[in-house]
Every structure is written in structure tokens, then in C-alpha cells.
Design a protein around this ligand. Structure first.
Ligand code: NCD
Length: 319
């Protein structure tokens, strides 16, 4: 079996073969999700707990749907209302949950590294649903699946990731994944939002959209992460849209069949023009959402298989 991980904490530890194996399984779950009967028993008998310490619409609902389609018992913890508000530490919350014997724990947290820490304290598979500016592995995997299906391959493509790179866990996870699969990645945005140290990922950096988008196969737009900014990164949203917002004129520099992506939620008229986002000939934003459910089904299925193998090997002892 090609996928050997116990947790899915980031893209960094994954081997390219593991990425391919996961995407292959996800392709099959896309087919299943298009059937009238969308159920499988892959997670039957298992308990999945979703803990979102940060707001989320699509990621949380996508994980919930993925678990339900695979037959898991899914519980969403309302973290805003939980004991965290009363001062309980992350570790105490984790230990309390652990005593309920979850098999899969899906965690989103505002602090980079918090999900890794939690994974060391529990006896189940942990999936990172986004930790601070660090990683968002299932987003990168769903983006990869979307690209692979639209372009017929996931290597030797020219891909531009544009906008607020500095605050984006989506950009970091995508940079790692697309690099591992041997693509050429460019980062495009104002110098305040594209730190030079990102060059260590082996990408080129542009501060001009016309140059940065020239002849690319994929244009990935990112949201301005205002909640992670403490002021002063851009002069004004209007000015930002004028220079860096994706509109038809800027997109004309990319290849004629280039696809447009965005992880959502979108700020229309800030990083992307609404008509481009809605153009079904260019935008694959809705496909990204569909692939999100399938990728999360695949990730949980593969982790559950490894969990069962581990438990079998440790006969009777919970691992
Ligand atoms: C992203 C996230 O939360 O990191 N969104 C998502 O998962 N759908 C990107 C963002 O918030 O801009």
C-alpha cells in the first residue's frame, strides 16, 4: 500500500507516490458522489469528531459530508461554545475527547503547529483542516485533483499563485505539493504580501500580474486574509484590485486554456472580478468544492485503513 501515514498533518511529509495514491482513491469517490446512492461502508463503526477553533463554511461541511458518505458517526464540536472559552487548554480538550474514543479527529486551529501538538496527545488519526499560516493539506490535495482532472496531468505545468501569500496556509501547502510533483510555480503579488524567503521553495516571484501570468496553465487566486493582517499591507482594496485583482485583461496574459482557481471564500472585486469567477469556461471554483468532498473521503479512508492495520498488529491494545 502506497499511503503510509498515521495522520494527515501537512503536505511536507508526503511522498509523491502517496499523493498520487490518495488522488487515485479520490477519483473513485468523485464517481461515487455522482451516484444516486452515495454511500460506502469504508468508515462504518468509526467515530469522526470535527473540532473547528476557527470559522469555516466549506471545509467543515465538506469533512462532515465526507464522513457521512463513508458511514462514520460524525460529531461537530461547537468550539466557540466549548470549555475553551472557560480557559481549558488545548491539551485538556484533546484528552477529554480522547476518552470518547474517536477514530478520526479533524482539527482547524488559528495557531500554526497546534494540530501537530494535539496529534501527539491522542490515540487516533488526526487530520489538519488548517493551522494558522502553516498548512492546509486537504486544500492542496483538492486543488491538485482539480488540476489533474482539468489538465490531464499534475507535472510540468506552469502555475501562478497570486495575492496574499504571506498569510496563506493554502499557498504553503500548494507550493510544497506542486513542487513535489515537479511543476513550475510562480508567486505573484505586492512585495508586502510575497516575502522573499518563499524563494526557498524553488519558485519565481513577480510583483506584476502581466509578467507573472504570462503563458501559465493555472491561475490560483488567494483571498486577502484581512483577519491575519495588522494593517498597512495594501494601500486600499480599490488600488489592490486595479493592480492585482484578476480580471479579463490580466487573464489574457495566461495560456488561452488556462484555468482559474480560488479556495474560497472569495472577495469579489478585491482579488477577483465576479465575472471571471462565474465564467464556466475558465473558472473551476465549483469543481474545487466537489473535489474537496472526494479528497476528504479518500484521506479519511486511507488513514482509517492504516489505523485498523495498526490496531490489528497491536491486538486488543488501543493505539
Ligand atoms: C482557506 C482557509 O481557510 O485557509 N479557505 C478554505 O479552506 N476554504 C482560504 C481562506 O480562508 O482564504
Amino acid at each position: 500500500m502506497a499511503f503510509r501515514q498515521k495522520h494527515l498533518l501537512g503536505i511536507e511529509p508526503l511522498h509523491p507516490d502517496e499523493i498520487t495514491a490518495l488522488l487515485d482513491v479520490a477519483d473513485r469517490y468523485v464517481d461515487l458522489s455522482r451516484q444516486p446512492n452515495k454511500h460506502s461502508d469504508a468508515l462504518k463503526g468509526l467515530t469522526q469528531i470535527n473540532m473547528f477553533f476557527e470559522n469555516s463554511t466549506r471545509t467543515q461541511s465538506s469533512f462532515e459530508l465526507a464522513g457521512k458518505r463513508l458511514g462514520a458517526d460524525v460529531m461537530n464540536m461547537a468550539m466557540q461554545a466549548s470549555s475553551i472559552k472557560k480557559g481549558e487548554t488545548l491539551i485538556d480538550t484533546a484528552l477529554t475527547l480522547n476518552a470518547m474514543h474517536p477514530d478520526l479527529l479533524v482539527v482547524r486551529h488559528p495557531h500554526s503547529g497546534a494540530v501537530d501538538l494535539l496529534a501527539q496527545k491522542v490515540n487516533c488519526a488526526v487530520l489538519n483542516a488548517g493551522d494558522g499560516r502553516h498548512e492546509h493539506p486537504t486544500q492542496a490535495l483538492l486543488d491538485a485533483l482539480t488540476i489533474r482532472r482539468a489538465k490531464g496531468r499534475l507535472h510540468r505545468l506552469n502555475i501562478a499563485i497570486c495575492g496574499d501569500i504571506a498569510h496563506s496556509r493554502v499557498a504553503r501547502s500548494n507550493l510544497m505539493l506542486l513542487g513535489k510533483m515537479e511543476n513550475r510555480v510562480r508567486l505573484v503579488g505586492p512585495p508586502t504580501l510575497v516575502p522573499q524567503q518563499f524563494r526557498e521553495f524553488g519558485c519565481e516571484i513577480y510583483d506584476d500580474m502581466a509578467e507573472g501570468l504570462k503563458d501559465v496553465d493555472v491561475v490560483m487566486m488567494l483571498r486577502l486574509q484581512k483577519e491575519r493582517m495588522d494593517g498597512g499591507f495594501i494601500p486600499s482594496e480599490r488600488e489592490y484590485f486595479y493592480r492585482y485583482g484578476l480580471d479579463a485583461d490580466k487573464l489574457a496574459h495566461a495560456k488561452p486554456d488556462a484555468i482559474v482557481m480560488h479556495p474560497g471564500p472569495m472577495n469579489r472585486g478585491v482579488e477577483i472580478d465576479g465575472t471571471i469567477a462565474d465564467d464556466i469556461n475558465r473558472s473551476v471554483i465549483q469543481e474545487q468544492v466537489e473535489m474537496g468532498v472526494a479528497v476528504r473521503m479518500a484521506a479519511m479512508d486511507l488513514l482509517a485503513r492504516n489505523l485498523r492495520t495498526d490496531r490489528e498488529a497491536n491486538k486488543g491494545v488501543m493505539v
